[in-house]
Design a protein around this ligand. Structure first.
Ligand SMILES: [Zn+2]
Length: 268
C-alpha cells in the first residue's frame, strides 16, 4: 500500500477522468490521497472531494502565492474548514520567492499565522518552500510546532541537505516527488539517500512533476509508485518495504485515515 501525500486532484485537468485516475491509483496500491487546498475558495472544493471519495483526505489553508490580500480574519474560515472530518493537515502553506506573487513580508505573516493555527488545532502542516529555505526554517523554528511530535512535512523537497537536516531536527518529515527520478537529479538523489527512512513521505504533486518514466505528461497518483521505487533503490530496499515504511510514516504524521471512518487527525 502507498499513500500519495500531496495531489491536486481537484484541478480541472482531472475533471474528465477523475474516476479512472482513482481506479488506476487503486490498481497501483495507492490507497489514500491527500489533497491540499491553495486558497479559501479552493477549500470547499477539496472537502467536496473528501466527501465524494473514501480514499481522499484533505488539507486546508492558503498557499503563499495566494496571500497577497491576506487578512488574519481568514483564519476563522480556515478553522471552520478544518473541522471537516476528512481534514488531516493545514496546507499547503509556506513561502514562494520564485513567483513572488505576494510581498515577502505578507507571505511570512500568513505563514506565521497559519502555523499558530495548526498548533492550536493540533494538526500537522504541509509546507511549500520555493527559493525561501532560510525564512521557512526561521519561521518554523519560532513557531509553536517546532519540536512537537508531528509538526508537518516539507513537501516536494528540492533544497540542499542542510535544509533537510534542520527540518528533521525540528521533527519535520520530508516529502519526495517525481524530480528524484529525473536524469539530472543526482544532487537530490544524494540528499534523499541520506534521509532517515522513518521521516520520508512519498507524493506526486500531481498534475505537476510527472516522474521521468512519464515526463511531459500529466502526473497522477498511480505514478507515486515510481517515486517509491527510486527511493527504495537509493536505500537498498525492495519497493514493498519502502512502501510499508513510508505509509507508516504518513499515518504517524496525518493519522490512520481509516476508510469510511472519521478523519483520524489526532483530535478524537
Ligand atoms: Zn502542491
Amino acid at each position: 500500500m502507498l499513500i500519495d501525500t500531496h495531489c491536486h486532484l481537484d484541478f480541472d485537468r482531472f475533471d474528465e477522468d477523475r474516476d479512472a485516475v482513482l481506479q488506476r491509483a487503486a490498481a497501483a496500491s495507492v490507497e489514500r490521497i491527500i489533497v491540499p487546498a491553495l486558497d479559501l475558495a479552493n477549500c470547499p472544493q477539496v472537502l467536496a472531494l473528501g466527501d465524494l471519495y473514501a480514499e481522499v483526505y484533505a488539507a486546508v489553508g492558503v498557499h503563499p502565492n495566494s496571500t497577497a490580500l491576506w487578512e488574519n480574519v481568514w483564519l476563522d474560515s480556515i478553522r471552520r474548514f478544518a473541522a471537516h472530518p476528512k481534514v488531516v493537515a493545514i496546507g499547503e502553506i509556506g513561502l514562494d520567492y520564485y513567483w513572488d506573487d505576494s510581498p515577502k513580508e505578507v507571505q511570512q505573516a500568513a505563514l506565521a499565522a497559519q502555523l499558530e493555527l495548526a498548533a492550536e488545532l493540533e494538526l500537522p502542516v504541509i509546507i511549500h518552500n520555493r527559493d525561501s529555505s532560510e525564512d521557512v526554517l526561521r519561521l518554523l523554528a519560532v513557531s509553536p510546532l517546532a519540536g512537537r511530535e508531528r509538526p508537518g512535512v516539507l513537501h516536494s523537497f528540492s533544497a540542499e541537505a542542510a535544509v533537510a537536516e534542520a527540518a528533521l531536527r525540528m521533527g519535520f518529515y520530508i516529502g519526495i516527488t517525481g524530480p528524484v527520478t529525473f536524469k539530472k537529479a543526482d544532487d537530490l538523489r544524494a540528499v534523499v539517500a541520506g534521509l532517515p527512512l522513518e521521516r520520508i513521505l512519498v507524493e506526486t504533486d500531481a498534475p505537476f512533476l510527472a516522474p521521468q518514466q512519464r515526463r511531459g505528461k500529466r502526473n497522477e497518483p498511480a505514478y507515486v509508485a515510481y517515486v517509491a521505487e527510486q527511493i527504495a533503490a537509493l536505500h537498498g530496499l525492495s519497493s514493498d518495504e519502502l512502501a510499508r515504511i513510508t505509509t507508516n510514516n504518513a499515518m504517524r504524521l496525518f493519522g490512520s485515515m481509516a476508510p469510511g471512518a472519521e478523519g483520524s487527525n489526532g483530535r478524537s
